[in-house]
Design a protein. Structure first.
Length: 558
């Protein structure tokens, strides 16, 4: 009989359990090594027309792990990775986990200020990056925790030394001609590792696997502590949920499109780990922003089965006339996450591809998937589906009282995928949890009478630009350091393609500064998605009687 406290169970597809049970593997490396042995002769990655097998990934990641062991790092040391979607990223990530260390994923588009902040907060001992991002690192005067920098050339492991991936050539800083800091070449690290016998460390489910950085409602960047248990639980939850949609699989090996950055938790779980769990082939895309090049690539790969994406990517594709020429006859599941999927975009996508977008919801703090629509849905639903197996969702009001069905409140989550806490932030960890162990998401939603979860709005003032979270305080802290700015406030305004754009309201102390000046300053100090697209100069900012800026009133000015 259906549990009345979990009305969504009546909507579970046949064959999907309400609980995932105990975990089969002791750690993520234990799971990965099982797949390496099971699928050794299959290809696991295709990148720029080159293939890597599961056996290759096993060997290279083991060599990387063995090299890290030569550094005599203490257990739990953090290894920071700064990469786009290339094979080197996956090798380093898996190698770090196999060595028993903690992966710190870093957005490769970060400015020096942002990179420095994340490295210093995590206390990373090693930084691994593509040489195109070395110029960012070189701008930083001191990173006391860093003991070794490992640098790879674009396409190095692909046998394309000197080949600059289109995404790299067009979108990142130029390589610095002469290294200004000590480093070791990625290939040399692998060579050293191959000469040292890899010794498996003891790794358990309650050891830390990832520090996945996310913004907080205060705008302060926080590292979500994700245990091996959290990641493996969410992987098992996703597998159980997707299996009914894979019954009509035609080809021997599933093909997963990896267009979203693997340093983002959505792609990490829904593309990389899920693909490996299924013995699939990961089709890596280094630059999905190059829509023309991306569409050309899609035309060459009609065998794609699983297509995870965000609304902005779907929107960009369907509005290109040439996308109608793309044939994906084997496409089985399209997953939309990271931001709200617009119904118009979803309907257009289904009209072209014949496959509906299954919208889901998750956070870095939940490894990430909390809810997702069934892949058996025949059309876009507009909601985010029911909670995953072994996941409980309650809607709480500001006093912490549970809301009845249909009433909005804060979405709070309990399940094995929920993080262990925020890195070195015990007070914020305590504030993020209810007394009975539910994680406060900061998102406002409701549960419908049918048991589906629906997002209503966001708590506080978080802005979502193309699926990336932007917190006003983070941007404001940078803006007020610009000479000529007296004070400022930042809000998000609706945008047809990006969902929202960052808009800055500025009170000037120097009236000679212009919007162009402010935008250039932001370009030098902020990652692209955090930068204001619009600057509005005002004489003063609306404030409460205690001096707090009232961001909500700024919406009436535009």
């Amino acid at each position: 009989m259906m549990n009345p406290a979990k009305p969504w169970l009546k909507n579970y597809p046949e064959g999907v359990p309400s609980e995932i049970g105990s975990l089969q593997y002791r750690s993520i490396p234990h799971f990965l090594e099982d797949r390496f042995e099971r699928y050794g002769n299959r290809n696991v990655v295709e990148s720029i027309g080159k293939f890597f097998s599961y056996k290759d990934l096993d060997r290279l990641s083991k060599d990387f792990a063995a090299y890290l062991h030569t550094l005599d790092l203490e257990k739990g040391s953090r290894i920071a990775l700064m990469y786009p979607n290339v094979i080197e990223c996956l090798v380093a990530m898996i190698g770090t986990l196999r060595a028993g260390y903690v992966v710190v994923n870093i957005n490769p588009l970060y400015t020096a200020r942002e990179l420095e902040g994340q490295i210093n907060d995590s206390g990373a001992s090693v930084l691994v990056l593509m040489e195109n991002f070395a110029a960012t690192y070189a701008q930083i005067k001191s990173m006391p925790s860093i003991r070794r920098v490992i640098v790879s050339s674009p396409g190095e492991l692909l046998g394309l030394k000197g080949y600059i991936v289109n995404w790299v050539a067009r979108n990142v800083k130029k390589m610095i001609p002469h290294w200004s800091f000590p480093h070791i070449a990625y290939k040399e690290a692998l060579r050293i590792g191959s000469g040292n016998k890899f010794q498996k460390p003891e790794i358990g489910l309650d050891d830390v696997a990832f520090l996945q950085y996310t913004g907080g409602t205060t705008g302060i960047s926080k590292g979500a502590v994700l245990l091996h248990r959290n990641i493996l639980s969410n992987l098992l939850q996703i597998e159980a949920w997707l299996n009914p949609g894979l019954k009509n699989q035609k080809n021997d090996q599933l093909v997963f499109l990896c267009a979203l950055p693997l340093t983002h938790i959505f792609a990490l779980t829904a593309c990389a780990f899920l693909g490996i769990a299924k013995g699939g082939l990961l089709l890596m895309v280094a630059n999905p922003r190059d829509i023309s090049g991306f569409i050309k690539m899609l035309m060459k790969h009609p065998n794609i089965n699983i297509f995870p994406g965000v609304n902005t990517l779907f929107h960009a594709l369907i509005h290109r006339p040439e996308f109608k020429l793309v044939k994906m006859p084997n496409l089985m599941i399209t997953i939309g996450g990271g931001m709200a999927v617009h119904k118009k975009t979803a309907d257009h996508w289904q009209a072209i591809t014949g496959v509906p977008i299954s919208q889901g919801y998750g956070l870095s703090e939940t490894s990430p998937v909390v809810c997702v629509n069934s892949p058996l849905e025949k059309q876009f639903t507009g909601h985010i589906g029911p909670p995953m197996p072994s996941t409980d969702v309650v809607i709480l009001d500001d006093e912490g009282l549970e809301q009845p069905l249909g009433m909005a409140g804060e979405i709070c989550i309990k399940g094995p995928q929920v993080m262990a806490g925020y890195w070195n932030k015990p007070e914020e960890t305590a504030q993020s949890m209810t007394s009975d162990g539910y994680f406060r998401s900061g998102d406002i939603g409701l549960i419908t009478s049918d048991g589906f979860v629906q997002i209503v709005d966001r708590k506080k003032d978080m802005i979502v630009v193309a699926g990336f979270k932007v917190f006003p305080n983070d941007v404001e802290d940078v803006l007020v350091q610009m000479p000529g700015i007296q004070e400022c406030a930042v809000i998000g305004l609706p945008h047809r393609k990006l969902g929202e754009i960052v808009t800055a309201f500025v009170v000037r102390s120097n009236h000679h500064i212009t919007e162009v000046n402010v935008l250039q300053y932001c370009k030098d100090n902020l990652t692209s998605y955090k930068r204001p697209r619009k600057v509005v100069f005002v004489n003063d900012l609306p404030k409460s009687n205690v001096g707090k800026i009232l961001r909500r009133e700024l919406r009436n000015i535009t």
